[in-house]
Design a protein around this ligand. Structure first.
Ligand SMILES: *[C@@H]1O[C@H](CO)[C@@H](O)[C@H](O)[C@H]1NC(C)=O
Ligand SMILES: *[C@@H]1O[C@H](CO)[C@@H](O)[C@H](O)[C@H]1NC(C)=O
Ligand SMILES: *[C@@H]1O[C@H](CO)[C@@H](O)[C@H](O)[C@H]1NC(C)=O
Ligand SMILES: *[C@@H]1O[C@H](CO)[C@@H](O)[C@H](O)[C@H]1NC(C)=O
Ligand SMILES: *[C@@H]1O[C@H](CO)[C@@H](O)[C@H](O)[C@H]1NC(C)=O
Ligand SMILES: *[C@@H]1O[C@H](CO)[C@@H](O)[C@H](O)[C@H]1NC(C)=O
Length: 435
């Protein structure tokens, strides 16, 4: 190292080059000297450094002898993820450990007894969550609670009179004095998803960044992604695209499109368009196909994975009309419908989410919470990779909204604005995208 640096210092004599060399040396030394954590590879390590959470600083922690309990989380995967993050951030505000909540494996939101509770750690890794989020938020198990008789119920109000301010003052009240003495605070009330939002987007992003699927589910997602890339390889064969990727199908790019064209969505979005006086919410199949085909700089032939929520949707219908150079795939055509059928709704959805997250290009609807959360996590990924201009051309992990027309008649480029002060700005749909 010393010989190398002397050589370089002699060769490069401008001050800037010296600084550059020093920087490189520091980076190399850092990479060499950092301890290797089990389960953390180099990329994840740099991620941790970049998001600047006080992750490894256990002094500035969360109390582990006071707990918050919340009702079962319900509705779709994205609603449950948001409710979970909200529960975590509420617990953080109260400086309490969140008792691992129950999620819901099924989507029957009208009949509570059909909601099939499923433990958080059946879907996401519990220990890893705590390791990644250490010092920021903390999850605990019900067996950690010493005295189950010391439970204080905190009733969440609802309706118009339950304002953001009231909600906030309730939380403040419960974080001091005799109320704070209770070992467990139990939130009661109907839909935790409807709690008011007091937290900036970047806090939500931190919580989402600590959620890793359990190994079993992650393996299923790997299987789906490998199938997509393998089919891509078969079809694309020995064309230029494959050669550029050095023949390794692991690297064959794919586009994931979250297609929302089910009938109940169409009814909902038409209403929304009328209410908001816009025509940029609903896109039919034809428009989606056309916009995806017009993505600037997208190399074809290319494989397009269609993430479709509704099983009843006619497969041949969504697979038709993509035209030359675009190979549309859905679960049945990929031969992975068996993988999905083994699991309840929540896990199927989590696998689909992962497949979209890992796609080289993602195209979704900016009024869909599912799409919005994927774009939020992809934006985090770009931030961690220090992409300087996330709206630039040829960046890795680009995302688009097909419901809004961008340049060259393609979909609009889409990144999440991490400076927004509330998740509301991104989770209930928007046509103001930051790109
Ligand atoms: C939680 O309480 C502990 C102990 O009182 C304190 O050291 C820590 O800073 C608090 N954490 C937060 C996030 O308020
Ligand atoms: C739990 O708390 C209650 C109320 O403070 C108390 O009466 C009881 O003895 C406690 N039980 C244990 C096992 O500490
Ligand atoms: C292809 O790329 C991989 C990973 O970058 C590398 O390990 C492998 O040697 C390359 N193969 C060829 C034939 O260049
Ligand atoms: C599915 O769509 C195709 C083409 O649009 C049509 O020919 C076929 O009858 C449809 N099948 C069902 C079950 O609706
Ligand atoms: C980022 O890239 C886009 C598209 O190429 C360009 O329009 C924009 O000016 C760039 N922004 C910055 C800050 O360089
Ligand atoms: C991001 O959000 C912040 C806070 O709402 C706002 O000031 C800023 O203009 C937004 N940036 C973009 C690029 O929209």
């Amino acid at each position: 190292m010393e010989v190398l640096s002397k050589f370089l210092v002699v060769t490069l004599n401008s001050i800037t080059s010296k600084c550059m060399v020093l920087l490189v040396i520091v980076l190399v030394l850092r990479a060499l000297l950092l301890p290797s954590f089990p389960g953390f590879d180099g990329i994840e390590w740099s991620n941790l450094v970049h998001i600047r959470t006080p992750l490894l600083n256990s002094d500035f922690g969360i109390r582990q002898d006071k707990f918050l309990a919340v009702p079962q989380l319900v509705w779709g995967l994205n609603n449950q993820k948001i409710a979970f993050a909200r529960a975590c951030l509420t617990a953080r505000m109260l400086n309490r450990t969140l008792l691992m909540p129950s999620l819901s494996a099924s989507l029957f939101y009208k009949e509570l007894d059909l909601l099939q509770p499923i433990s958080f750690d059946k879907v996401f890794q519990f220990e890893k969550f705590n390791a990644l989020c250490r010092g920021f938020v903390q999850l605990g198990r019900y067996s950690d609670v010493l005295n189950r008789t010391q439970v204080l119920e905190m009733e969440k109000g609802s309706g118009r009179r339950w304002s953001v301010e009231r909600d906030l003052s309730q939380l403040k009240e419960h974080s001091k004095g005799s109320l704070d003495d209770y070992e467990v605070i139990q939130i009661v009330g109907k839909n935790p998803f409807l709690w008011h939002d007091h937290w900036p987007v970047k806090d939500y992003a931190k919580v989402f960044g600590c959620l890793d699927l359990t190994e079993v589910i992650a393996k299923e997602a790997d299987r789906v992604v490998s199938r997509i890339r393998a089919i891509g390889k078969e079809i694309i064969g020995n064309t230029e695209a494959a050669e550029q990727e050095n023949g390794s199908f692991q690297l064959l790019p794919y586009v994931a499109v979250h297609m929302r064209i089910e009938i109940d969505w169409m009814i909902h979005c038409k209403k929304l368009e009328r209410r908001l006086n816009t025509n940029q919410i609903c896109s039919g199949k034809k428009e989606i196909v056309e916009r995806v085909r017009n993505i600037a700089g997208l190399k074809s032939p290319v494989v397009v994975y269609l993430a479709v929520a509704d099983k009843l949707l006619n497969n041949s219908f969504i697979l038709e009309g993509w035209g030359e150079g675009f190979l549309p795939l859905e679960k049945k055509k990929l031969g992975v419908d068996g993988v999905y059928d083994k699991y309840p709704y929540l896990i199927q959805s989590a696998i689909d989410y992962e497949v979209c997250l890992r796609a080289d290009t993602f195209v979704g609807n900016s009024f869909s919470t599912f799409s919005s959360l994927i774009v939020l996590e992809r934006t985090q990924k770009m931030i961690r990779m220090s992409v300087s201009n996330m709206s630039g051309e040829n960046v890795r992990w680009p995302s688009y909204a097909y419901n809004i027309r961008g340049t060259t008649n393609g979909p609009m480029r889409w990144v999440t604005n991490m400076s927004e002060s509330s998740l509301q700005a991104i989770s209930y749909g928007t046509n103001h995208l930051s790109c």
